[in-house]
Design a protein around this ligand. Structure first.
Ligand code: HEC
Length: 296
């Protein structure tokens, strides 16, 4: 749905007051957006229709009709799929190719030194920000990538000019340090030697960001024992070695791991590689390796 559809589908006065009415009943997040409008209004009574319209577009994109109850842009089937994903997962291709394969929403921090974004290493962070803004959030702008057969043009372009500032913000987000007491420091330092040595993790998790994507390397699904289906929907058809940071800092950070969340714990991550690569690790080496991952 384009912004213009949204504007004509709704009745005239597009006022914050009306938004308040049907936002509050339905959706906690939308309610927050409406609160933001209310607060803004206190500072600037001349809040433009354009800004209000943006929120209406969001509302419509989320699938609520003007009375705030009935799904309009989203069919009941789509709605069932959206609701099945659960917290922390999202499928950024579903609305384009109709396949349902949600991935774990990756942390936004610690990306300053990472050259390519997303699990499949499609391009830079600004490529992905534009993709999400235009194809997912229905922002006004132009996104085209022939590799995935996507060409969405919704003028005027109001996305490009925001990308540099958004990237600067994301790059300012530091990885939270592992808290003392949540891992065993002596074991972690032994585990680092396992990571580099016998377990050969550092053949792919290289450099200070612990990813070979900075050297331009991507991996076939078979090489890393991952399901090929999600990669098939990407520009590269491969997986990027995930930069390892902030892996375990409970209660906020506690997995699951890999693009599809297949490994629920760091034990399961290590078991995955033991099986895939036929690694011979003692119980102690395995435990040490896990402590190292927790310390990152
Ligand atoms: C052949 C290259 C390669 C090797 C060797 C390798 N990895 Fe990975 N690693 C990857 C790729 C690619 C991914 C992303 C897979 C995905 O998302 O499905 C990944 C993902 C991970 C993740 C998930 C991070 C997250 O935030 O979801 C962890 C943890 C990890 N690897 C740890 C290890 C450990 C420990 C070893 C050594 C036992 C290892 N890796 C060996 C390529 C490799």
């Amino acid at each position: 749905m384009t912004g213009q559809d949204a504007a004509t589908a709704d009745d005239k006065p597009r006022t914050p007051r009306r938004l308040r009415y049907y936002g509050a009943n339905d959706l906690a997040t939308f309610h927050l957006a409406v609160r933001a409008v209310e607060i803004l209004e206190q500072f600037d009574a001349s809040l433009t229709t354009y800004e209000v319209g943006d929120i209406l577009d969001l509302h419509n994109a989320l699938g609520y009709a003007a009375d705030g109850t009935f799904p309009r842009a989203v069919t009941p089937e789509q709605r069932t799929v959206y609701q099945s994903w659960g917290a922390g997962k999202y499928d950024p291709r579903f609305n384009l190719d109709k396949k349902n394969m949600p991935v774990v929403i990756a942390p936004a921090f610690g990306l300053r030194q990472v050259k390519r974004e997303i699990y499949t290493g499609d391009d830079t962070i600004s490529y992905w920000n534009a993709y999400v803004a235009i194809t997912q959030m229905h922002g006004h702008g132009h996104f085209a990538d022939p590799r995935i057969g996507v060409n969405v043009n919704n003028p005027p372009d109001q996305v490009s000019s925001k990308l540099a500032a958004l990237r600067a913000y994301q790059f300012s987000l530091e990885t939270p340090k592992a808290r003392a007491g949540t891992f065993d420091a002596a074991a972690a330092s032994r585990g680092r030697a396992v990571f580099i040595g016998v377990a050969k993790c550092s053949s792919c998790h290289t450099g200070s960001a612990l990813t070979d994507v900075n050297e331009g390397v991507l991996h076939t699904p078979a090489e890393v024992g991952q399901d090929a289906a999600y990669a098939q929907r990407s520009g590269t058809k491969k997986y990027r070695t995930t930069p390892l940071r902030g892996l375990s800092n409970p209660p906020q950070l506690k997995g699951p791991y890999f693009h599809d969340g297949k490994a629920k714990t760091l034990d399961e991550v290590v078991d995955h590689y033991v099986k895939l690569k036929g690694l011979q690790l003692t119980a102690r080496q395995k435990a040490d390796l896990i402590e190292y991952l927790k310390s990152l």
